[in-house]
Design a protein around this ligand. Sequence first.
Ligand SMILES: CC(C)(COP(=O)(O)OP(=O)(O)OC[C@H]1O[C@@H](n2cnc3c(N)ncnc32)[C@H](O)[C@@H]1OP(=O)(O)O)[C@@H](O)C(=O)NCCC(=O)NCCS
Length: 166
Amino acid sequence: MEITIRAVAANEFLSLHKLNSRWMGIALNEQADAILALQFRVLVENFRDSCFVTEVEGKVIGLLIGFAAQADEETCYIHALAIAPEYRRCGIGRMLVNTFCNNMVRRGRKSVSLVTWPENPGSRSFYDAAGFRPVVSGKPIRIHGIEASRDYYGKGRHMVVYTKKL
Ligand SMILES: CC(C)(COP(=O)(O)OP(=O)(O)OC[C@H]1O[C@@H](n2cnc3c(N)ncnc32)[C@H](O)[C@@H]1OP(=O)(O)O)[C@@H](O)C(=O)NCCC(=O)NCCS
């Protein structure tokens, strides 16, 4: 199986948003779908040289949406990472994260961060294996044996913040 990797094109935002929602397993109502599509459009159009897809025989099977931070010139952020279920545990997530991190090192970035859900043990294991470490932003809350950041996205929306030195 030959896997290729490339930066995304601006006109891919909608198909990538749909793949991301499907691979994340999230069912969206019309309003939430529109908001996330808008978010993907803004990110892909403005940061497409740091957003990557993997392909097999021309078919997209993995995506990473990330960008260099503007407020802090030393950091960068991974907004979305998702792999087609049938291609998981083949090293594709690792390939995308490494490609993004190498790209950011070339831009002088010294650390990378992201957030995930406490209830997503697969992604937590993935980021642990990739050398990320959880940090608490604001007040802590212990969920599923891990220190999460309390109310990170608003009341009751606790998240795990991960960071890694590049
Ligand atoms: C999390 C995700 C991106 C991982 O991608 P992947 O391509 O399957 O990961 P890799 O094959 O590169 O895994 C690298 C290592 O991470 C760890 N890992 C990855 N997925 C794991 C899982 N589900 N359970 C335990 N460990 C896991 C393993 O150590 C793995 O190495 P190994 O397969 O040699 O044991 C993928 O499962 C996914 O798309 N999940 C749904 C979307 C999601 O949760 N995204 C993250 C949201 S922030």
